[in-house]
Design a protein around this ligand. Structure first.
Ligand SMILES: *Cc1c(COP(=O)(O)O)cnc(C)c1O
Length: 341
């Protein structure tokens, strides 16, 4: 048996979700005829309070299209230096969008300082690539981003006539952790992308939300990028099931992450910020120890997220992990510590 703690993307559809997929009503979504896709898009509009939504194969595509729809070729957008859009999306905005990321260092709480954003805004001048968009991410490495901060940035963006995009891949984790509605968390933004295939447990899919006009234009980019799918209601049905059944249970993941963090602290393990953030824990130790720990766990069929270098290792809790798995992890960790003293 494998205990996979690398990411919440490894979650597999449960039998009930598969049953919902099997009996989904479908049509050709490029023609707008897939009733399951349409229903999923309506559901997320209701939750976010945005006018329209578009179903996409991945969060990477949703963010790429989000940014391409906001910005014209040659423009810049502000983004966190450690943000997913900047670090982990293969440079798509530059390669495919002709856009210049203006990357600003993230603070440890996931924000980027307003003073630094202000410096990105230059006077109108033929030499400069004008900034037209600010992108934020919530949750950021599992951390919930302060809503007052986001409102402050949105106020600034409004004054400067900049658009606001939220990479909300794990926004539902932020919502259940803070008991704030998705609508409240997306209000400061013109657009938001949300992943169904992480903690929510769908096999595939992300949603991009925004105004009617914005989503109409996004639909054009989605087609160009090859994201126009046909009978995608089979996939959307999994998303509908996820939104109906898997939101509140994210609390279980957060509780289990807290439990694990407390138990690891008892073992003397150093944890970043001394706590779990939503469904994530970051272990801090010397590189050689993390390399050995990762190998040790792998030999016991336990997978952790470690790049093979650096002094930080990620553990992610998700719906396919139960407390017994965590017990097995802890037992193996104790054995590792005994063997390496
Ligand atoms: C996973 C993730 C994405 C992209 O999702 P994919 O579906 O894997 O392309 C975007 N942003 C953040 C913050 C993520 O964690």
């Amino acid at each position: 048996m494998l205990i996979d703690l690398r990411s919440d993307t490894v979650t597999k559809p449960c039998d009930n979700m598969r049953a919902a997929m099997a009996k989904a009503e479908i049509g050709d979504d490029v023609y707008g005829d897939d009733s399951s896709v349409n229903r999923l898009q309506e559901m997320i509009c209701e939750m976010t309070g945005k006018q329209a939504a578009l179903f996409m194969p991945s969060g990477t595509q949703a963010n790429l299209i989000a940014v391409m729809t906001h910005c014209k070729r040659g423009e810049s957008f502000v983004v966190g230096q450690s943000a997913h859009i900047f670090q982990y999306e293969a440079g798509g905005t530059a390669v495919l969008g002709g856009l210049l990321p203006y990357a600003i260092e993230n603070e440890s709480n996931g924000t980027i300082k307003l003073e630094k954003i202000k410096k990105s805004i230059k006077p109108k001048d033929i030499h400069f690539s004008p900034v037209s968009l600010i992108c934020l991410e919530n949750t950021f490495n599992g951390k919930v981003i302060d809503l007052d901060y986001q409102n402050e940035i949105a106020q600034f963006a409004g004054d400067k006539k900049l658009m606001m995009h939220l990479d909300g891949a794990r926004l539902f984790n932020a919502s259940v952790a803070t008991k704030q509605s998705i609508e409240a968390l997306t209000k400061p933004y013109d657009s938001v992308s949300i992943c169904l295939s992480k903690g929510l447990g769908a096999p595939v899919g992300s949603l991009l939300c925004g105004s009617n006009e914005y989503i109409e234009e996004a639909r054009h980019w989605r087609k160009m990028l090859g994201g126009g799918l046909r009978q995608s209601g089979i996939l959307a049905a999994a998303g509908i099931y996820a939104l109906e059944n898997n939101i509140e249970r994210l609390n279980d993941d957060h509780e289990l992450a807290e439990y694990l963090a407390a138990e690891l602290k008892n073992l003397g393990i150093k944890i970043k910020d001394n706590r779990a953030h939503t469904n994530m824990i970051f272990i801090e130790d010397k590189e050689e120890i993390l390399i050995n720990l990762n190998k040790w766990m792998k030999s016991k069929n336990i997978l952790l997220s470690y790049s093979g270098q650096g002094e930080s290792m990620r553990i992610v809790i998700h719906k396919d992990i139960i407390k017994d798995d965590i017990q097995i992890l802890l037992d193996n960790w104790k054995m590792f510590l005994n063997a390496n003293q």
